[in-house]
Design a protein around this ligand. Structure first.
Ligand code: SF4
Ligand code: SF4
Length: 482
């Protein structure tokens, strides 16, 4: 899945707090609040009564029971060493301590302790009573609405790129933690952030995050055939009973700017005579948006998709979208068993290359650099397959950026960051584009429609001459004589 550059839906305006260098808001006051008494009615004709001072509102309780116990252990495992701040691409653009893993872990633990700790239990609901006074004396502070809302903003200012996980000396599963804490926040009504809600709503209503009708999901193929860029519309797997399911994902299906990924993939599979099929309008969002933003409905969507895929009798599901690939391969098995293999198209083509079926015969004379998508690289460990394919293309010169493979700098498109904090994403993308430009490459290759959109933001903002290219376009050029 991806966020949008020129996607059918428009990017929501950033919230006021999203500006890159906004100063940290003042810490929420720790004094206990009391529900403000309703103001007394003004006597007719008399002066209005003096305003009652407004105390902080008590936050809604986060459902601690819904959090796996191991997460609490992991959160307390952060040594606050700060190694992650040397690498976090969001911190590079917004240097606020509040968004760092160590601070998010500490803030969440403070909230949980304030709502569910021993002193919180002692205070109970005895507002203003003796038990609460005693709890206060012992150090208990109520958790305020402001505190939790501020924490939510910081929690969502993260692309879930997983870089902190790679460098963390304590080996914390940070992305898993953030996603699970987001789920708790959503359950309590604190997430996702208002600008992110449209994406989530759209997935639930339309089975895609772009507010597009289900019935137009496969329309790109009809148009592509009419324009002559594909020989025929791809076969529907229900009719062909093919053994390979090509899962396009929402972005390649609906975003005309990313259509090339779908076109090239279809052309390659057709040229190789692969017995494949697609779901057409019956394909639904993989649910990545919901999972990354913490929406518990992910399990329902994943369950539906698993049942649909398992019922097809396929051997392999392939996807050119790194987000869909990671979600189906790594996250679905936690919801239900898959009776087929899941591969990214880069892996699938690499297998065909090694087996001698894919012959990259046409030279492609150009210098390129490669951006490892977070979901394909760090999250799934696929680094070599795309590089091996590029190495097999005659005339193609791959120059690596300093941050590559597991240290690849995130373009900011994922984790809801692009919709929640578009300014930050824009700066992150520019940072990556500058790094790519410095290699002297003409093209910036990646393996994900989501990254394609994310990188385009930086290319546009900088007016860069770099051309973003999906790997499938290179394979098509090397395979098929035009
Ligand atoms: S997942 Fe990425 S963006 Fe989020 S805190 Fe870790 S390094 Fe920063
Ligand atoms: S690198 Fe790990 S242990 Fe160190 S501050 Fe970051 S999350 Fe905590």
């Amino acid at each position: 899945m991806s966020d949008e550059n020129k996607t059918p839906e428009s990017t929501p305006a950033p919230p006021p707090e999203a500006s890159g260098q906004a100063p940290a808001p003042p810490a929420a006051p720790e004094a206990p609040g009391s529900t403000p008494a309703p103001a007394a009615a003004a006597p007719a004709g008399g002066p209005p009564p003096p305003e009652e001072p407004q105390g902080p509102t008590t936050a809604r309780e986060l459902p601690l029971k819904a959090l796996a116990a191991k997460r609490i252990v992991q959160l307390t495992g952060c040594t606050r060493c700060g190694e992650c701040l040397n690498w976090c691409p969001v911190w590079d653009q917004d240097q606020r301590e509040d968004i760092l893993p160590r601070r998010k872990a500490a803030d969440f633990l403070r909230i949980i302790k304030g709502q569910h700790g021993v002193l919180a239990r002692l205070a109970g609901k005895d507002e203003g009573g003796a038990r609460q006074a005693l709890a206060r004396l012992l150090g208990h502070r109520q958790v305020t609405e402001d505190q939790v809302q501020e924490f939510a903003k910081n929690l969502y200012e993260c692309s879930t790129c997983g870089q902190c996980e790679i460098v963390c000396p304590a080996h914390l599963d940070t992305v898993g933690m953030w996603e699970e804490i987001r789920r708790i926040m959503v359950m309590a009504g604190y997430g996702p952030l208002p600008p992110q809600k449209n994406l989530v709503k759209s997935v639930k209503s339309y089975d895609n995050p772009w507010q597009q009708p289900r019935a137009s999901r496969a329309m790109w193929a009809r148009r592509a055939k009419k324009e002559g860029v594909i020989a025929d519309t791809p076969p529907e797997i229900k009719k062909t009973k093919g053994k390979v399911l090509l899962f396009f994902g929402c972005t390649a299906s609906y975003d005309a700017n990313v259509r090339q990924v779908a076109v090239s993939t279809v052309n390659i599979l057709t040229a190789l005579g692969i017995d494949y099929g697609i779901l057409g309008n019956e394909e639904r969002c993989c649910g990545s948006v919901l999972l990354r933003m913490g929406d518990p409905e992910f399990a329902r969507i994943a369950g539906q998709n698993i049942a649909q895929f398992n019922g097809l009798g396929i051997d392999t599901l392939i996807s050119a979208c790194s987000g869909c690939f990671k979600t189906i391969k790594e996250d679905y098995p936690r919801v239900g068993k898959l009776n087929f293999e899941v591969m990214h198209t880069a892996e699938f083509f690499h297998r065909l290359l090694e087996g001698g079926r894919l012959k990259l015969v046409n030279p492609v004379e150009r210098t390129v650099t490669y951006h490892d998508p977070c979901h394909l690289g760090r999250a799934s460990g696929v680094y070599d397959a795309p590089r091996a394919i590029m190495a097999a293309i005659e005339g193609l010169n791959l120059v690596e950026m300093p941050r590559n493979r597991q240290y690849s700098r995130c373009c900011g498109a994922g984790g809801g960051l692009k919709s929640g904090y578009p300014d930050i994403q824009n700066k992150m993308s520019q940072a990556r584009i500058r790094e790519a430009e410095a290699t002297g490459a003409q093209e910036l290759v990646s393996c994900c429609p989501f990254c394609y959109q994310g990188l385009q933001v930086g290319i546009g903002a900088l007016g860069s001459p770099l051309v973003a290219r999906d790997l499938t376009a290179l394979v098509e050029a090397a395979l098929i004589k035009k």
